[in-house]
Design a protein around this ligand. Sequence first.
Ligand code: ZN
Length: 603
Amino acid sequence: MRQVLFGGAAALAMALAGCNQTTEAAKVDAATFLANAEKELSEYSDYASRVSWVNANFITDDTDWLVARAGSEGTLMSVRLANATKAYEGQTLTPAQQRKMNILRSGITMPAPSTGTPEEQKATADELSEVMTRISSTYGKGKFTIDGKEMNLEELSAIIASSRDPRKLQQAWEGWHTISVPMKTDYARMVEIGAAGAKELGFSDIADMWLANYDMPSKDMEATVEKLWGQVQPLYDDLHCYVRGRLNTRYGDAIQPKTGPIRADLLGNMWAQDWGNITDIVSPSSSNPGYDLNKVLVAKKYDPVKMVKTGEAFFTSLGLPALPETFWQRSLITRPQDREVQCHASAWDIDSLDDIRIKMCTQVNAEDFSTVHHELGHNFYQRAYKTQDFLFRNGAHDGFHEAIGDFIALSITPEYLKQLGLISVDPPASADMGLLMDRALKKIAFLPFAIKLDKWRWNVFRGSVTPEQYNTAWWELSKQYQGIVPPGPRPADAFDAGAKYHIPGNTPYLRYFLSFVLQFQFHKAACEQAGWTGPLHRCSIYNNREVGAKFIKMLEMGASQPWPDALEAFTGTREMDASALVAYFAPLQSWMKEQNAGQTCGW
Ligand SMILES: [Zn+2]
């Protein structure tokens, strides 16, 4: 993930909209207004980033207080600026000016309306803030007691990941899903306030506002998402069918029937969004890659800093400048022993220039090796667009920002590991099914989950799903997209959507779906530019300056142009297209089709 102070979750999570400034004439011309706004935002960002950084690195009551205060200042500022753009509606603006106005107007995640007296306005804003804080902290503090032991999400997730006892799985799954019951009333109230706020800013609802960040009308963006899903759905269906068959073999008809949806608690992850923990059940047994990266990294004496240096070397091999000295002085790369820190990996851009950092409690294993590349992707992107105007120092859209590092990580092939001296023998083609299955369990299983999450939220924001229907709608979509069902009947008061962080945390989720599509699209285009003719999963663009030059061109554009322009600069195409993802997994898909012969796929 990326720590964002403007245009994203942190400071703009809630905001007060309105003030009826539409009728007020502009006090200064558009150019002056925007220059002032960017100066103010940039100064705020310098300050608020440092406050957040200190808080994340030293969690105390005092730093919590500081970060709440900085957040509230940011909220007031962003709302004031969003409203002020109304005075320039209908004026002739340059494309860049119009773009900046749109960024100011639609970059708020949850706006509050401004009806009534100033006191009433403040009361509404305060209520929204309280409701959102309460939902978030309910999630953060969520615990469930099993056999006298109180367990948090980490502990319950460990059971879901490693237990193969359906009774224990069901208990842990149902246990975690009790924590969100108290959030439901607050969530409905938040949606109610936000809907009024979005309307005041000129959007039909919050969904419309979220979808307005993609350089096209909201309904076109929604249609684009449907098109992309349609491209990958057959691949997901094959994976679903194959995994269901293996689960049936493992657990028997009473637990997982041969037909119909999959029981959600059997897939190794609390939300069934990543199936990487059940490789022992589903991996093709004949397909051993011959090495285990977890063990290799340890054997070759990698430490956390060496992991990050290795990640950096991939980016510099493409022609990007090395990370600044301050990155190494100021980043948090290992968990400190003496204090509480937020260990969830993140990338930071403190001064929007050169002071970039990561914060992660790096472990020497394959997963963190991949995460290092993901986080550095954010940092190298940030550094590449630092000369843009402040409002354009951002990803072409939010999916791009998440896709950069993952795209690089797709080049961590056996051949690349050999170049690093980590392995000495390139595994044979027969090992490919295992490697591809590992990736599919993470990347393909995730797609319908990501779609479902925001589809549910869009329906809620539009009022087509009412609070009474929250849970049934959640499971209808879960069944429709993921083909999963809960392990047992759900209680009448359940609010299962709230058991996933991004619902109480109010973080838009579409970006992750788009990022998964884009990273394969980048990879395929890059491999073609490199003249690669072999299978895509064996292609690494390490050390390819020619590919790097085009890649850097896209990075340097930041958010200064509509995203199709940025996409074109690197890949030569202007549309998001999931066919690269499908092509990447083509060998696995044919293999799964053979395995699925005779099964009734679908649900
Ligand atoms: Zn990220």
